[in-house]
Design a protein around this ligand. Structure first.
Ligand code: GLN
Length: 232
């Protein structure tokens, strides 16, 4: 049986830059795994979506305030977030990792971050991890609103390292960023589509039903491969 949408259009918030999950292509059009996945699921389940690429913390705030019906932003399913969000079934698995400039030679363990400055993006699971372990390792934390300024700050040396999701850092390196990931990555949870707790239950149900269909018919794999594969 198909699930019926309640709204004629669902407003979905997303990050402003989290490649390869959401980013602007050379034509300034937003593309990426989250974008294609949500659109394919909406098509499969016959509901309408409009995506707004407002940035991670803003997406969280808009969803919590009811200004967005849901969010997809490479968002990790964590116990903290489960208190205020309902999540779909997981659609991707990713750890978080420390990135340094590839020329950096003196950061080989978390202890080597002592006295250094570590960047994180506001509201992320990486921020939670980095803030929690700040005193243990004795580094300073610098919080950014978006990835572009954080990555640029590593290039210019105003931060010594940053923590971000592993596939995102790996993708940046593949795209030519001179970064390295010398430390062990940390588990932060699998990615899920989210709504404000107790709202839009049909949206979660449709996402799950569509995701299962896309996994079964190979569409899920082709979307991931399109952005992650070794293609030109
Ligand atoms: N997966 C991370 C989190 O949920 C980062 C998401 C993001 O930066 N878009 O916090």
């Amino acid at each position: 049986a198909t699930i019926k949408p309640v709204k004629s259009n669902y407003k979905i918030a997303s990050d402003s830059l989290f490649a390869p999950f959401e980013f602007q292509n050379s034509a300034k059009k937003y593309v990426g795994i989250d974008v294609d996945l949500l659109n394919a699921i909406a098509k499969n389940q016959k509901f309408n979506v409009t995506m707004d690429f407002v940035g991670f913390q803003t997406a969280v705030d808009q969803t919590q305030a009811g200004h967005a019906d849901g969010m997809i932003a490479g968002m990790s399913i964590t116990d903290e977030r489960k208190k205020v969000f309902d999540f779909s079934n997981p659609y991707f698995t990713a750890n978080a990792t420390i990135a340094v400039k590839s020329s950096t030679k003196d950061i080989k363990s978390y202890k080597d971050l002592k006295g250094k400055t570590v960047g994180v993006k506001n509201g992320t699971a990486s921020q939670a991890y980095i803030e929690k372990n700040k005193d243990k390792y004795g580094y300073k934390v610098k919080v950014f609103d978006a990835a572009d300024t954080m990555y640029e700050s590593l290039n210019t040396g105003s931060i010594n390292a940053f923590m971000d999701d592993e596939p995102v850092v790996k993708y940046a390196i593949l795209q030519g960023k001179k970064f390295a990931t010398p430390l062990k990555s940390v588990k932060i949870g699998e990615y899920g589509f989210a709504v404000k707790k107790g709202t839009n239950p049909e949206l979660i149900a449709m996402f799950n039903a569509g995701l299962a269909k896309l996994k079964a018919n190979g569409q899920y794999d082709s979307i991931v491969e399109k952005y992650m594969g070794d293609k030109e």
